[in-house]
Design a protein around this ligand. Structure first.
Ligand SMILES: Cc1ncc(COP(=O)(O)O)c(C=O)c1O
Length: 358
């Protein structure tokens, strides 16, 4: 009888709750209002010929590389950052290798790593999710082939200092070190510039978050040209589709739209953090477009928010996140709705007034 590889048979399945997402979607860290109108205009102009042809990635890669200030040969457009992670696992990991992550973190690292048969070493974050740079360095062995770090991290919103990331890249010259900057726009600091010192360092960016293009599936992976040649070998030449390729340059050209959106999200983040502080709800100061908060009965909290038309994500199953929910921020009007629902839900459930204060 046909049987999948053992690594696949034993793989824990990851099913994000995608069904029935009606309401204000503050559960997946997406852009809550959508992409630049210029992207929609470009979409309307697409004709049958663009869809009939196999997509050509190269010219758009050159545009993105130019904007990021990197050489074209250093950059690969990917089907979201998810594909970038998958490609790195395919390129560098085999059964018996070790791959390092810091937990809690983005779930797909573990899935793609485990699917190769590699052993995933989870390094727990410190108190208050402080990045455990020294502990990561201590866990590097000759078998370590891949280290994946989200910066800012999901679901905590916390960050690792550039020096710590550089230290890890320097300590593991035989391992691919991925710095996943999916939430870069909300933070503003990047490893792209310091990258040249480390031929083993990769930086990933996504257009799913600030750019509002999660449905188009577009990301970028940047690394040393020699390494990227190997990564490209594993990738389909048609991994990003023609519609996404047509739209991406428009999205990038409308930087005013991104700046406006990111500015409002940062303001909303500050408002939410103030409200949580005032209610005595434990939270972790975030550099991303979401905040992790310890509300206690997370499942009931999510349910009560949903009744008010607001979706937030139960993260209580993540390492160190007992009783926590993750709340995505959008612009002002969405923050107004969120804060009203939050207050009502807290009153209803008797959360707050110092109940879960740090
Ligand atoms: C840290 C991190 N990396 C990658 C992704 C996936 O990004 P993409 O939509 O580009 O595949 C997410 C999505 O939540 C994320 O939080």
């Amino acid at each position: 009888m046909l049987s999948p590889r053992e690594a696949v048979r034993t793989l824990p399945s990851y099913h994000p709750p995608l069904a029935g997402r009606d309401g204000l979607r503050l559960d997946f860290n997406e852009n809550t209002v959508g992409c630049s109108p210029r992207v929609l205009e470009r979409l309307r102009q697409l004709g049958p010929e663009q869809l009939a042809r196999y997509p050509e990635r190269g010219p758009v890669e050159a545009v993105v590389a130019g904007i990021l200030g990197v050489a074209g040969e250093d950059l690969l457009l990917t089907n979201g950052v998810d594909e970038a992670i998958h490609l790195l696992c395919e390129t560098y990991l085999e059964a018996g290798d070790e791959a390092l992550i810091v937990v809690p973190t983005y779930s797909m690292y573990r899935v793609y790593m485990m699917a190769t048969g590699a052993k995933v070493i989870s390094v727990p974050a410190g108190k208050d999710f402080v990045f455990p740079g020294n502990e990561v360095c201590d866990r590097i062995t000759p078998r370590t082939q891949l280290i994946a770090i989200a910066n800012p991290n999901n679901p905590t919103g916390t960050v690792a200092a550039s020096e710590e990331l550089a230290k890890i890249a320097g300590a593991a010259p035989g391992a691919a070190v991925l710095v996943d900057e999916a939430y870069f726009e909300f933070y503003g600091q990047s490893m792209l510039l310091g990258r040249n010192e480390f031929p083993n360092l990769f930086v990933a960016r996504t257009f799913s978050k600030a750019y509002g293009l999660a449905g188009l599936r577009m990301g970028a992976l940047v690394g040393d040209a020699d390494q990227m040649r190997s990564v490209r070998r594993v990738s389909s030449p048609y991994n990003v589709n023609a519609v996404a390729l047509a739209c991406l340059p428009e999205a990038l050209r409308d930087q005013a739209y991104i700046e406006q959106y990111v500015g409002e999200v940062r303001e909303s983040r500050a408002r939410l953090e103030q409200a949580l502080e005032a209610s005595g709800i434990q939270f972790w100061s975030s550099q991303a477009n979401f905040v992790l908060a310890r509300v206690g009965a997370a499942g009931r909290f999510v349910e009560h928010m949903k009744r008010r038309g607001i979706l937030v994500r139960d993260r209580s199953g993540d390492h160190g996140c007992e009783g926590c929910v993750r709340i995505t921020l959008g612009p002002r009007a969405h923050a107004d709705r969120l804060l009203t629902a939050l207050q009502e839900t807290c009153d209803e459930l008797g959360i707050a007034q110092g109940a879960s204060r740090r």
